[in-house]
Design a protein around this ligand. Structure first.
Ligand SMILES: *[C@@H]1O[C@H](CO)[C@@H](O)[C@H](O)[C@H]1NC(C)=O
Ligand SMILES: *[C@@H]1O[C@H](CO)[C@@H](O)[C@H](O)[C@H]1NC(C)=O
Length: 438
């Protein structure tokens, strides 16, 4: 693997086996009234050259902002933490200083973070240690703590839940890799420890998370179902057969340029923590050979000297944008077995980047090379300019084309709270926020 490629992978979190212990009780029954309002976070980042998208989350009392990589592929949220730090990576903010509020190892959250492994818990006084490993071989080690996460609903009201998260005092990345410039990870997976699941248990938001990442960079993230478009969403049932729980859509068949690739039964997982899309070795090989065949006789050659990604092509003159190569590359499509009408199409923008050398590079990588085995990940590059909805209330995943730069438009922001007060346009979910528009 080229070193710069690893740099781009940042987090392929699907292998972080931080899945849930099946719930001891059902949270849904505990709330007489289900929250109707949602919380929105602005998101910053891009696929290339940055390689990740982060949300700004305020934590503590008084609250301080932290940049957290948004990751629907893992459960545990963690921040670099000063207990003191054994090994903290360069980060935009000072490491978080925990209060004395530790999660005990008897807590079900601790068990969920350790699932499926056994862990030592001798006395109820003991702290809950954790270690998460990501598929890119990055890791974080620390202990679980609790603190306030002040959030502002779109309707203007404020919630101040206390949530558990990791205080990471020992972080590793591969020596060859540039660490992402964030303070930690925002775990939005399906496990009990996930921030989304905790907010749901506490009755703060509905068990729905959505993101809209713009190809031009930035976007937004939300908890709750208030911003779910009322029409135009393609819904697919979540697969429940996975032992390791992820946002999985079951299996799909691969098409390239409308032609069958002959590859079926690909297990598909949605993972916003992965910058690029990964196919297993067999599908990757088929895809590569079909793309290469289509490029025969066109004035484009493999660029062996471009290490931006494993496969790059150069033209007779440097490419400026994907527009320059749109006629050379055909759409790729996944057709899901679970749901007759569910097809996810990747236009060239959803699987190619233009490198800083002016070459076009394939943003679909060989998952077998990074140890993903048969699992196939849909990463950020293939989710751009779409609203992606992970609806745990109804066990389904949806997507719809969207302008991720436009909505929600930024209104007044109270710096003490994670959410934004916004005034919304009329094209999508019409409402006026309670905050003053300007
Ligand atoms: C805003 O929404 C929250 C969550 O649904 C609710 O608890 C609160 O009462 C609402 N506030 C207003 C002003 O409507
Ligand atoms: C994908 O990775 C696997 C495992 O490293 C390797 O055997 C295979 O040759 C790779 N496929 C391609 C097309 O590079």
């Amino acid at each position: 693997m080229h070193s710069e490629m690893k740099l781009m992978i940042i987090i392929i979190s699907v292998l972080a086996a931080v899945a849930l212990i099946q719930g001891c009780y059902s949270a849904a029954n505990r709330h007489s009234k289900s929250p109707t309002s949602s919380v929105v976070f602005p998101v910053t980042g891009n696929v290339y050259p940055r390689g990740y998208y982060h949300a700004t989350v305020n934590i503590g009392n008084p609250p301080k902002p932290y940049f957290l990589d948004i990751d629907t592929g893992s459960d545990l949220t963690w921040l670099q933490c000063d207990v003191p730090c054994v090994k903290c990576l360069p980060a935009p903010h000072k490491p978080y200083k925990p209060n004395k509020d530790l999660v005990a190892c008897m807590d079900p959250l601790c068990a969920s973070v350790h699932w499926p492994d056994n862990y030592d818990c001798k006395s109820s006084q003991d702290q809950c240690d954790y270690e998460v490993q990501y598929a890119d071989h990055g890791s974080s080690l620390g202990l679980l703590v609790k603190d306030w996460f002040p959030l502002q609903y779109i309707n203007g009201s404020v919630a101040k839940p206390r949530l558990a998260f990791g205080c990471g005092y020992n972080q590793e990345v591969l020596a060859s890799m540039d660490p992402p410039y964030t303070d930690g990870i925002l775990g939005l997976g399906v496990g009990k420890a996930s921030i989304l699941q905790q907010l749901h248990e506490l009755g703060v938001t509905k068990n729905v998370v959505g993101h809209c990442l713009s190809a031009q960079g930035d976007g937004y993230l939300f908890f709750g179902d208030e911003l779910v478009p009322s029409a135009g969403v393609v819904w697919t049932p979540m697969s429940t057969t996975d032992i390791e729980k992820h946002y999985s859509l079951g299996t799909a068949e691969l098409y390239v340029g409308g032609k069958k690739s002959g590859i079926k039964g690909l297990p598909i997982v949605f993972d916003s923590g992965s910058t690029y899309t990964y196919l297993n070795a067999e599908a990757y090989k088929a895809l590569l050979s079909m793309l290469m065949k289509d490029l025969k006789g066109k004035h484009i050659d493999i660029a062996t000297d471009d290490e931006s990604l494993p496969v790059c092509w150069k033209g007779s003159k440097p490419f400026k944008s994907i527009q320059d190569v749109k006629n050379l590359f055909k759409p790729i499509m996944l057709s899901f077995a679970n749901s007759k009408n569910a097809r996810l199409q990747f236009d060239p923008e959803a699987y190619l980047i233009i490198s800083k050398h002016g070459n076009v590079c394939l943003g679909i990588l060989n998952g077998s090379e990074v140890g993903l085995e048969s699992v196939n990940l849909i990463g950020d590059i293939s989710m751009l300019d779409k609203i992606i909805l992970y609806d745990n209330e109804n066990q389904r995943i949806g997507w719809a084309p969207a302008n991720c730069n436009k909505l929600p438009s930024v209104g007044d922001r109270d710096p003490d709270y994670g959410g934004l007060c916004r005034t919304y346009g009329s094209s999508m979910g019409i409402f006026q926020s309670h905050c003053a528009a300007y």
